[in-house]
Design a protein around this ligand. Sequence first.
Ligand code: SF4
Ligand code: SF4
Length: 280
Amino acid sequence: MNRWNLIVDVEKCNNCNNCVMAVNDEYVGNDFPGYAAAQPQQGHGWFTIDRHIRGDQPMVDVTYVPRTCNHCDDAPCIKAGGGVVAKRPDGIVVIDPAKAKGRKDVVDSCPYGAIFWNEAQQLPQHWIFDAHLLDDGWIEPRPVQACPTGALISVKISDAAMKAKADDEDLSVLSPELNTKPRVYYRGLGKTQTCFLGGNVSTRTSQGLAENVEGALIELELADRADRIKAESDLYGDFKIDGLAPNAGKFTLRISHPDHGTRDISGELSASQYIGTVEL
Ligand code: SF4
Ligand code: SF4
């Protein structure tokens, strides 16, 4: 049987928030009996964009990660709900808006923080994958339709086909250690899980002016790695060694250029770091 999955390509997300607005437009003030009661105007984030910022000025990068209910196959909210939360045959998890009244405990059961408490209605609520629209013949949910960059794709395929797709395309899920079997997959989460070490290389001209050094060899030694990681400074003298494990510990950086000499720098790497300008 084919079931729904959401694939999020974080490298295509530009934080335009069209998906967030589409979900709010659909649910704020609108009741869908059997599916979801109206979302309150304030305080809920059924579909949100997380922002991961790495580095220090002037070397900073930002990754936007759309987040919502993962429609887990082994969902803690279903276990906690005792019948008020159910998984549909198409994979979508729905909190019953009639049966779940007063069940604030269901909010705390979600380890992803995807369930919100509606105080006025006394209801736990989350994004229901627009199940009411899909049942009405829509081919994709509204946030997918509203995304202008293709960062969101919904697919209704067999679990075996989805697993093969995830393996082939190197898709991952949020917090895999929770073992909840999410149906929301991500492409390109690497930047949210790694850090970089960057800097700039310059020298002094005979007139005493600062000049960027292109082509300097950068060699990074980390306490927990046997190999040396190598990079080169670019036209502007900048270098960036990415994909490092956070909290990698002590490092030594050797920066050398045949015309300008060698400098050794040491430090401690706990998160992405810009070491500033190193003069050769
Ligand atoms: S993300 Fe949370 S609310 Fe959604 S199915 Fe999983 S446990 Fe339930
Ligand atoms: S609509 Fe698409 S690009 Fe815009 S924030 Fe949402 S996922 Fe990102």
